[in-house]
Write a protein that binds this ligand. Structure first.
Ligand code: GLY
Length: 305
């Protein structure tokens, strides 16, 4: 019997002007609920899906309800699930009009076709008779209208800044049988070109093995360029400790001027986090206590518990 572990995130970025207590409260609420599930014997996969669903339903985060709008004013969301025990990835890319993209990724775990793009995801929603849902919030609409009035001068939305909201969400869990799973869900960068594909539905942003799991957040193009999640997971598989794998990967990322963060777990129960961004909004449960990364100093930082 293994002591379950859990870490979740709600984005990484350049600033969080106040509002830390509210973000911490939102993250801890999810950590408490999902950790209780793990303690009652839930699989890492079920815990990750539940955690991602709760975060998608919280309008504070840029995933599910509260997702940012793309340049044409539409919301397109992406989510993925990587079962490290089964060594199996699934995901949806740029899906619209659904409450919980992570549930589609979960469904695709048992499908022969495991990653669907926009049209295929819409077909799947119809096949499964999933009710049509509008994830738009007033805050995100206002942000898009303001930006349109400024002729889209910004490259992306305020994904980590109050009051607009916070970022991409992710969950990594180790269950009582020692299985690891990682899940990530996002509305993207905001204001992006139609058809832009997020790292969150690629192994680059969400990856796991029997030994480790990682969920990333931040600028997707940077995460893809570093191939961040597999880079960390494979280093652990090759014999580095999680702390060494995080430190080496984030030192390299810092040298390449990347802007992102990641959460991680290994099968010995070590919980890890790292960032090159100013802030990483993550919270975790060690089995004896909850903690968070909201007060980390500026610069490239990694840590483990
Ligand atoms: N990391 C989320 C995105 O860039 O879409």
């Amino acid at each position: 019997m293994v002591q379950p572990k859990l870490i979740i995130h709600g984005g990484a970025g350049s600033s969080l002007k106040g509002g830390k207590d509210a973000v911490r409260k939102s993250l801890f609420k999810v950590v408490e609920e999902v950790y209780a599930l793990l303690c009652s014997g839930a699989s890492a996969k079920d815990a990750v899906v539940k955690g991602a669903q709760l975060l998608e339903d919280d309008p504070r985060f840029n995933a599910g309800t509260g997702s940012v709008l793309q340049s044409d004013g539409h919301i397109r969301m992406s989510a993925s699930l990587m079962d490290g025990f089964a060594q199996q990835f699934s995901g949806v890319i740029n899906v619209s009009r659904v409450q919980n993209p992570i549930l589609l990724a979960e469904f695709l775990q048992s499908s022969p076709d495991r990653v669907l793009s926009d049209f295929g995801s819409a077909e799947l929603l119809r096949e499964l008779s999933v009710p049509v849902y509008d994830p738009l919030t007033e805050q995100r609409l206002k942000e898009w209208i303001d930006e349109r009035n400024h002729n889209f001068s910004r490259e992306m939305a305020n994904v980590v800044a109050e009051p607009a909201g916070t970022g991409t969400i992710g969950v990594v869990a180790l269950d009582s049988e020692g299985r690891i799973c990682a899940g990530t869900s996002t509305g993207g960068k905001g204001f992006e070109r139609i058809g832009r594909v997020s790292d969150s539905a690629m192994p680059a942003g969400n990856y796991a093995s029997a030994k480790a799991g990682v969920s990333c957040t931040g600028i997707g193009e940077h995460i893809i360029d570093e191939c961040l999640a597999p880079r960390i997971v494979i280093r652990v598989g090759d014999g580095l400790s999680l702390a060494e794998a995080m430190e080496r990967s984030f030192t390299e990322a810092g040298n390449n001027n990347r802007d992102f963060g990641a959460i991680a777990l290994d099968n010995s129960g070590t919980i890890g986090w790292g960032k090159t961004s100013e802030v990483l909004l993550a919270a975790y449960h060690t089995g004896s206590e909850m903690g968070d990364t909201l007060e980390l100093p500026d610069g490239v930082i990694t840590g483990c518990r």
